[in-house]
Design a protein around this ligand. Structure first.
Ligand SMILES: [Mg+2]
Length: 277
């Protein structure tokens, strides 16, 4: 009997990619491997919002994460640069494992676990923060956010007229920090973040792969950020690594999905796979 081939609806071209990726997972399950699913949050599970507090999950997404978490053949971990407390509040899904602050904080099986060891002493981070605060003092519309082991500076409300001078000060500080090389400096949209050396999503995941309950599982990772690349490097050649969005950007991930909607479609299909093969 001839198979009916239906053309994807307008804007649904990603469904073919989703289907291929789901088939790969299905083959892994048919070989008897259990799964370990790592999910970035912003730009992966939910669309990037103008302000981070607006990037909230829908009830449908929470329900989907709940179904995935309840599967016997799958463990689900959300991996994000956001603080752990914030992720727990955003994602009230019983049994969900969460890595916050780029792997600097971890909640596994409901318990706080230390996965990474900062290689920068806190005095260094403190000095960098004081330097920056002094340098930016003449300006308004920026603020510091303390983070576990580091801090972020946000500047999306700096008045347009002050912006060139503000950015010049920020760039001079960044240049010093990078030259000294004693902390990590992450650049985001109207935000810079200082992290201790030794803390990264990749370092946290490397550790997780050796823990009982996680060891031996087939890893799947979906992420859209520059900070996900450290995880892609660790997992390359061992699992299914999917870069979300950012077409044209360089990535260590061999697979891509175009946007969070495609990610949610992929997850929806995973949730429907039979649990036993
Ligand atoms: Mg992201």
């Amino acid at each position: 009997m001839a198979e009916t081939v239906r053309a994807p609806a307008e804007g649904q071209e990603f469904l073919a990619q989703v289907k291929r990726l789901v088939q790969q997972v299905q083959q892994v399950r048919q070989r008897g491997r259990l799964l370990l699913l790592f999910l970035d949050y912003d730009g992966t599970l939910v669309d990037i919002a103008p302000r981070p507090e607006l990037a909230r999950p829908t009830p449908d997404l929470l329900e989907l994460l709940g179904r995935l978490t309840n599967r016997r053949d799958l463990r689900v971990l959300v991996v994000s640069g956001r603080p752990l407390a914030e992720l727990k509040e955003l994602l009230p899904v019983p049994g969900l494992d969460v890595l916050g602050s780029h792997g600097g904080e971890a909640l596994l099986n409901g318990r706080l676990v230390r996965l990474t060891s900062p290689a920068t002493d806190s005095g260094e981070t403190q000095r960098r923060q004081e330097e920056l605060t002094a340098s930016l003092a003449p300006f308004s519309g920026w603020w510091l956010e303390p983070k576990p082991g580091g801090f972020a500076v946000h500047y999306r409300e700096v008045p347009q007229g002050e912006l060139p001078a503000f950015l010049a000060r920020l760039a001079a500080w960044e240049k010093n920090v990078r030259a000294a090389g004693r902390v990590q400096l992450l650049a985001g949209r109207k935000v810079r973040e200082v992290l201790p050396l030794g803390v990264s999503k990749g370092a946290a995941i490397q550790k997780i792969l050796s823990l009982p309950g996680f060891r031996g599982r087939f890893p799947i990772y979906l992420g859209d950020d520059f900070t996900d690349e450290s995880a892609f490097e660790v997992l390359r050649d061992r699992g299914l690594i999917i870069k979300v969005g950012g077409s044209g950007t360089e990535t260590a991930a061999p697979h891509r999905l175009p946007h969070p909607q495609a990610v949610r479609s992929f997850l929806g299909h995973l949730a429907q796979l039979p649990e036993e093969f």
